[in-house]
Design a protein around this ligand. Structure first.
Ligand SMILES: NC(=O)c1ccc[n+]([C@@H]2O[C@H](COP(=O)([O-])OP(=O)(O)OC[C@H]3O[C@@H](n4cnc5c(N)ncnc54)[C@H](O)[C@@H]3O)[C@@H](O)[C@H]2O)c1
Length: 311
């Protein structure tokens, strides 16, 4: 990465700021392009330059892309639940913002684009132990539809523009720095509820199983994809391990409110019941080896949220 010019859209957000920090540390020249709608200026690590602008601003985007060798596109509205009511706003950023990026890439010197897609592109395959990249993509949320459409545009037009494209389907990412909203990041949501002396709310039986992957593993895999010489590829980025929502709640209750019980409410639309990544393709092609365990990260995440509460 040393000396390379990298544009990170959404680099002031949760995953983007961890990625930017790792890239700066590796000696890259990083420009963050972010409208700060959910991201924060103070998240942008020292050594990176921030352009505060929107993905829909073609002029600013063109100027930013003109200076880059590699683009990592993370800017998005990330709430699956909010995308159901806000499908228009979701598509405006997640689809039209991506198409604007493609317009800006035309005629640029960018050789590689890495795109943050999501496990939300898959169909709900209840009962299947894990999901492969070749499994059915039939999203059950507006967010999943816009991410899937964006993937397809990038893979198709990347080829005609002569730009290598790696699509990364991130699974549930946890780690320090995830901003609290009631809609994104179940680990963060559960911790915040208990810290605010509210019960954890589980939608449905809680037996739905998820793949929780640390933001550090996600960053390592994203950098591996940036360095990958292949022309085009789609990769699941998870831990490859299943944790039920009940087990997650149990682990967090044990740390913060021993003896407390979770409240169950009706299932939510738009969320895949069981989503565990088969990470074989990323393993063999990118050399990806997830190293972190969720249980080891709960204490630092809790500490980070406690510090935020007292700010
Ligand atoms: N966190 C997860 O578990 C997860 C899972 C799957 C996929 N993803 C994807 O990873 C990427 C990063 O997610 P995150 O969790 O860091 O979310 P985040 O909300 O922390 O980061 C998104 C960033 O994009 C910026 N942004 C939003 N709309 C923009 C616009 N129109 N123009 C410019 N900037 C804009 C926000 O200000 C924010 O800094 C997203 O593309 C998301 O869809 C995340």
């Amino acid at each position: 990465m040393n000396g390379q010019k990298i544009l990170v859209t959404g680099g002031a957000g949760f995953i983007g700021s961890h990625l930017t920090a790792a890239l700066v540390k590796a000696g890259a020249h990083v420009v963050v392009y972010d409208n700060l709608s959910t991201g924060r200026q103070e998240n942008v690590p020292r050594g990176a330059h921030l352009i505060k602008a929107d993905m829909l601003d073609l002029t600013r985007l063109r100027l930013a892309v003109a200076e880059a060798d590699i683009v990592v596109h993370l800017a998005a509205r990330v709430s699956i639940r909010a995308s159901m009511d806000g499908f228009y706003e979701d598509a405006e950023t997640n689809l039209m913002g991506t198409l604007n990026l493609l317009r800006a890439l035309r005629g640029s010197h960018v050789s590689k684009l890495v795109f943050a897609s999501s496990m939300a592109v898959y169909a709900d395959m209840n009962g299947q132990p894990s999901i492969k990249e070749s499994d059915t993509t039939e999203p059950i949320s507006a967010y999943g539809i816009s991410k899937l459409a964006a993937e397809k545009y990038l893979l198709l037009l990347g080829r005609t523009l002569g730009i290598k494209v790696a699509v990364l389907r991130y699974f549930n990412t946890y780690g320090p720095g995830q901003r609290y909203t009631p809609y994104v990041g179940v680990v963060t949501i559960f911790i915040n509820r208990l810290l605010n002396h509210e019960p954890i709310v589980i939608y449905g039986s809680g037996e739905q199983r998820r793949d929780f992957v640390s933001v550090y593993d996600v960053v390592r895999c994203t950098i591996a994809a940036m360095n990958w010489p292949g022309d085009a590829g789609i990769f699941n980025v998870g831990s490859g391990k299943a944790t039920s929502v009940n087990d997650l709640a149990g682990m967090i209750i044990h740390k913060l409110a021993p003896g407390a019980t979770a409240v169950h409410e009706a299932e939510q639309h738009g969320e895949i019941k069981n989503s565990i990544a088969d990470i074989g393709h990323a393993r063999t092609t990118l050399g990806y080896r997830p190293a972190d365990q969720l249980a080891d990260f709960l204490d630092p995440i809790i500490a980070a949220h406690k510090a935020n509460l007292t700010l």
